[in-house]
Design a binder for this molecule. Sequence first.
Ligand SMILES: [Zn+2]
Length: 682
Amino acid sequence: MKRIVLLLTIPILLTMTHCAPKEKGIEGSPITQTQVEQTQNELLKEFGEGQKFRIERGVSQVANLWRQSDGSFEEFKTFCEERFVADEAELETLFNKLSFGFEVLSGNFLKISKDLMRPLHLDMGPVTPIDMMFGGFSASAHLSEDLYTSKIAFVTALNFPFYSLNEKTELGPSWTRQQWAYARMGDRFTSRVPAELQQNYSRISTDADAYIDDYNIYMANLRNEHGEQLFPEGMKLITHWGLRDELKSQYANTEGGLERQQMIYQVMQRIIDQSIPQKVISNDEYIWNPISNEVAKDDKTVDASAEPNTRYKHLLNLFKAIEDMDAFYPNMPSFIQRRFESTYEIPVDDVEKLFIDFVSSKQVREAGKLISERLGRPLQPFDIWYDGFKSRSSIPAEVLDNAVAKRFSSAEAYQNEIPNILTSLGWSKDKAKFFQSKIAVEGSRGAGHAWGAAMREDIALLRTRIGANGMDYKGFNIAMHEFGHTVEQTITLHDVDYYTLTGVPNTAFTEALAFIFQKRDLDVLGIKDNNPEKVHLQALDNLWQCYEIMGVSLVDINLWRWLYENPHATPAQLKEATISIAKDIWNKYYADVFGSTDEPILAVYSHMISNPLYLSAYPMGLLIDFQLEQHIAGKHFANEIQRIFEQGSIIPQLWMKGAVGSPLSIEPTLNAAEKAISVVKK
Ligand SMILES: [Zn+2]
């Protein structure tokens, strides 16, 4: 399900500002405010007041990015005077040439990476150490710095002003497509973080990933109060995904499912509060009772000290590495701001308000009652993961497997089927053939992925797992998800009018299309599933998933606010704060639904530790998906998808208005759930 996004070395996530350096100069820049003004005045004299805005912003931008090694103040001033383009036609020529150059660089560097990783991603025999070395090789590692050294970055920053999210929101609706394309060019060079700080962050981030990736619980070693083993031999679950998925699967187990769920939740609480014995983490030598917290070996109780707040140490290290880089973003000095205003392009306050309105809604309260009735017991905290709203297909599994195996026996067969898949969804034959020529299907080693191109000469890769006997239905369902990604990647590269506007506003938007394709897998197979409750169950499932993940996101956001307020916190203090924030969010928006207070469960997510402020992307994706589905219903599918995604990477709220007529909203999800609650029986 993962879409590989190879970020260009140009730090597009990170943005700067139009604000000029202070007298002392901004971090790293030798150009003072007086010198900036002096340069701006020279240019104003030469090019006139009509260019005032572009001159002021462009010169400030270049000053912010300029370093001692780029030259003296005189060289800075001369550069600005010589490279500023005032004439509109000349500016358009410059824009086109920059677009061409960036497409050549980004496209080819991405192609190099994709090619070098082929032995890792495709089954080309055993992976050898040299395959790993080429796979980790980054040909574009110095691209960003080279673009400064060659002054290409400065020409771009001087002539294409950066607009803040506020400005894009205010001015964007009346911009022409060309003005949008120019604004996106202005987003390219907005900060210049020293390489050693970026490397430091990447090292600490790798450490945090490794900590989470290697955090497993041996479930067969767990014991309840009666010394009983509840989980099968060999079961090893990673925090928190593996634990959560096992907890979900126990809803189907009417014999002892609840006790197993309670035990898993007990384990989760010990991970959150770090009372978990260090000895039982990724170690199958010890027997552990997570309730009493006793550890034993060879039937003898042994001393077991708790994990020493390592979980929170990693988060703290990430915070410090990020904080070190803050000074290089003078107008967005907080990571919270950068993540939301730059990566997601929706202000954190707007996102938070959407989430709070949602988790406070009467619909989740009604759904909570319905779930309690369906379960025949009061809700438990871990019922935030209730998954009983999944609709069972009315078609036998082997009918589905057969339908898939016949048509999708190999990667070649899938490749040949692309036009048929797309025409069955409404694309014309010619257009479907065009997609076929731009997407290559390959059998992957892993579960599969979709990897788009960054230049029009390259193609998108659809990697999917195909067994010796062809695909089964489950594999086809996943392949449809990845196929949706490649269709998005192809539309937004080839059918968007400007290269700087290619792509989607943020990853939540490509995920939305991938899920929309995945849900149409039976249409493609020409099979009708007659489950009248299906649409309502989906609405309730969507509601409950949003309710869960929005709460987790609110904890994540508040945790980062706390970190900025307490930059010198110890791991122990951070742990206390995390638990107290999680309980606070629980008490405000969950306690009345679940009938219990002070539950820390919302703090269990691993993303919170290794992937700072990433969680909010999930619920945004769910809302987008739902709004798009509602809009498409009853319309020509292919035409609408083309029209919507041809908007390219304008800001999310404008994209949504263009797509469905309204900004990102919780109403469609809540309204559909309300209808579903009255229909779905217990
Ligand atoms: Zn995906």
